[in-house]
Structure formats: structure tokens, C-alpha cells
Design a protein around this ligand. Sequence first.
Ligand code: AMP
Length: 187
Amino acid sequence: MNLVLFGPPAAGKGTQAKRLTAERGYIQLSTGDMLRAARASGSELGQRVAAIMDAGSLVSDAIVIELIEDALAGNKNAPGFIFDGFPRTIAQAEALDALLARHGQAIDVVVRLQVDPEKLIARIAKRFAEEGRADDNPESFRVRLNAYLTQTAPLVAYYEAQGKSRGVDGMSDIESVAAAIAGVLGA
Ligand code: AMP
């Protein structure tokens, strides 16, 4: 089972991906987490993306596609993958389809967390207080939301054309969202 958890920043993708990992053994592939790890390690890649991430803009397609390519190659026997925060552009979605095809696989379903973007500002203020992520400040968050609306939202039509998109109410509590996702995925 390969699934994309789709939605704007702070929609709850990471929280739900971690639950699915714990419950079903799928591997969470979060390009945001990978990039933050690269930064924490002080690698050349980490240094290259730091300012872009802090501003709230997207890093280049080539960088994140390579991260995903390496992760897929390094987890050949995984029971499934949860793509969290990837793909974020049409080019990334096309690259993902091609990469999975090379492994004899495909995206099975895209779970779209439907949220009210204006309410996300309150969520992000809470996460900023708890985790202190530099890009959770209101100014960067506006840029991230805008990047989502202009560059990522077109993926909804991309996956709808493939018949893979399933909407879930992302504004309810964590348990209810998890139950709705389970309903989409089945047993
Ligand atoms: P996230 O944790 O998914 O919100 O990602 C944090 C930041 O990492 C984003 O604001 C981007 O700067 C960068 N990033 C993560 N995933 C991607 C992606 N798929 N494409 C481009 N940039 C990304």
C-alpha cells in the first residue's frame, strides 16, 4: 500500500503518518523531516536548503526527488510507504509515479486532509510554541500556505484524474481523522 497524505502545511499529515506507521508498519517518507535531518547533521545539502526552508519556500524538485529515490531504494521490503509532504509539485508527482513504476509499484490512494487554511494559523502558533520550528512563525507560514495554494494544490486535479483522491475532514480531532483515514484504507 502506497499512500500520499495530502494537505496544506499543519493539516496534520505528520501526526497521521506516524500513527499509520505505528499501526500498520508502513514507512513514513517525509521530505520535510529528511531536510531537517540534513540541516541538523550540518551536511552540505542541509546548509544549501536552510534559508529556503526558513523563508517558507519550496526547495528544488531535484533535491527532494533524489531524497525520495534514495529512501525507496533503501527500503525495498517495506509493506508500504506513506508520502508526507511529498509530492508538492506536478513535477514531483510525475517523478514519483515514474520511480514507483521502476520498482513495479504505484500510488494506491491519496488521502486529502481537508482543512480551513485560516484556522491553521492558530494550529501553527501552538506548534511554534511547542517545537520552535523556525518556519512556523506567522510570516513564513503565510509563504508556505501560498506555496501550497499555487504549487501544490494543482495536484488535487492530477490525482483526481487518476481516480485516486479521497477527501477526509481534517478539522476534527486526531482520533476522528485517524478513523476516517482507516475507513478509506480498509482493514
Ligand atoms: P514540511 O515539514 O513538509 O512542512 O516541510 C518543511 C519545508 O521543507 C518546506 O516548507 C520546504 O521548504 C521544504 N520541503 C519539504 N518537502 C518539500 C517538497 N516535497 N518540495 C519542496 N520543498 C519541500
